[in-house]
Design a protein around this ligand. Structure first.
Ligand SMILES: Nc1ncnc2c1ncn2[C@@H]1O[C@H](COP(=O)(O)OP(=O)(O)OP(=O)(O)O)[C@@H](O)[C@H]1O
Ligand SMILES: [Mg+2]
Length: 380
């Protein structure tokens, strides 16, 4: 069994203070190492040859929801029974912790902490690989949730950029034939009307509607490619919202939805393209109205963040919220749950807001959803 430095360390830790004059240099070095392990922002666990847990630091205890004093020196099989079986990757973690290891190995798991899904990367290393005499296994646990989210964001941006390039090239080629198709269909429609062919005229109307839909889709594609004519200048947020409010209200009335707008705090201006900013608020409000369906409330509120760097517009609906499993997906291009949706609304909004140094966040539950648009405050 590992008559380990760690046992020495724990004893030393318990009995002596670091500044004790009786501490010899080796012991104080070990003591320092123990303190480092306990404070490091990576989870560390050490199993001995008989697979007993002989060290677990603060971060590892926190990540796995284990109390150090209750699990220390217990066999790993016993410790596993203290872990929550409800965890999404419980079985994968168990087989990883209990398998014997010849070489370094890694496992990434989804792990719920404080009600949120996190991603933990666990690296297991046999101690002989660390060139120490004792036999056992070290586990390093890193919370890679943010890194994975950033990687996904980069992938998403790359997809958007590619779509944008293709769109910019193809839009012209698609729009020209559409214009002539529409023109000829309209002519045929008039003729059919003249000779009283109502049914056939109805078909023409459907074809014209579909052509308009394609046109709309092409325009959405185009706004994903970086538009050349972005016009950045100081824009009064209240003015932008005031101008689109009639459009939002007329859509809301159709579905028996009330719209409430707070008076914005002060005369806040942000540097943005006015038309693009309108598009952002319209898209988010439209989503809110669609989420409510029939009868409900759409609220537009304003606030500042604590550090006063951002002016925030909160758009809240009383819809049924966004399920946890979809929250990561809704900003992906083409993700939609609507029969006639393009799934481009939110990615376009996100791109527009990111380009002016802001961000879009959301809070959601069965009571509804709030999208918060963070706009960098220019204090103009
Ligand atoms: N306020 C909301 N409440 C509930 N779900 C929402 C809300 N906003 C967005 N979503 C979800 O996110 C998905 C993506 O939204 P996005 O605006 O990108 O596309 P869309 O609304 O489906 O299509 P389009 O914007 O082209 O009409 C929606 O299909 C819906 O499932
Ligand atoms: Mg939408």
């Amino acid at each position: 069994m590992m008559k380990t430095s760690l046992e020495m360390m724990t004893e030393t830790h318990r009995k002596q203070s670091y500044h004790s004059p009786s501490l010899d240099p080796d012991t104080s070095y070990i003591h320092m190492a123990t303190r480092l392990i306990s404070h490091i922002q990576v989870g560390v666990m050490l199993l001995d040859e008989e697979r007993r847990l002989i060290e677990i630091n603060r971060m590892a205890s926190q990540y796995l929801g284990l109390e150090r004093t209750s699990v220390l020196f217990h066999p790993i099989e016993e410790i596993i029974s203290c872990l929550s079986h409800e965890q999404p990757d419980f079985n994968r973690l168990v087989s990883f912790l209990t398998s014997s290891l010849e070489k370094q190995d890694q496992l990434e798991i989804k792990w719920i902490m404080r009600g949120r899904i996190n991603k933990l990367l666990i690296t297991a290393t046999p101690t002989d690989r660390l060139e120490c005499d004792c036999r056992g296994t070290y586990f390093f646990i890193e919370n890679v949730t943010k890194v994975r989210a950033l990687e996904e964001q980069v992938r998403c941006n790359q997809r958007l950029a590619t779509i944008g390039q293709i769109a910019a090239g193809a839009a012209h080629e698609i729009r020209n034939p559409l214009t002539s198709l529409r023109g000829f269909l309209q002519v045929i429609g008039y003729r059919l009307k003249e000779i009283g062919q109502k049914k056939e005229q109805g078909y023409i109307d459907i074809m014209l509607k579909e052509i308009n839909r394609i046109n709309h889709l092409v325009s959405e594609f185009l706004s994903l490619s970086k538009p050349d004519n972005v016009n950045l200048k100081p824009v009064r947020v209240s003015k932008v919202l005031g101008e689109i409010l009639p459009i939002i209200k007329s859509e809301a009335i159709l579905h028996n939805i009330d719209v409430m707008i707070q008076t914005p705090c002060k005369l806040t201006k942000v540097i943005a393209d006015e038309e693009l900013l309108k598009q952002v608020f319209l898209n988010i409000c439209k989503n809110g109205i669609e989420a409510i369906g029939e009868g409900g409330l759409l609220t537009i509120g304003f606030r500042r963040d604590e550090s006063n760097d951002y002016f925030i517009v909160d758009i809240t609906d009383t819809g049924s919220g966004i399920p946890e499993s979809l929250r990561d997906k809704i900003f992906e291009p083409f993700f939609t749950t609507k029969e006639n949706g393009t799934g481009l609304g939110l990615p376009i909004c996100q791109q527009i807001i990111r380009e002016i140094g802001g961000a879009i966040t959301l809070k959601t539950g069965s009571y509804g959803t709030t999208f918060s648009v963070y706009l960098p405050d220019t204090m103009l």
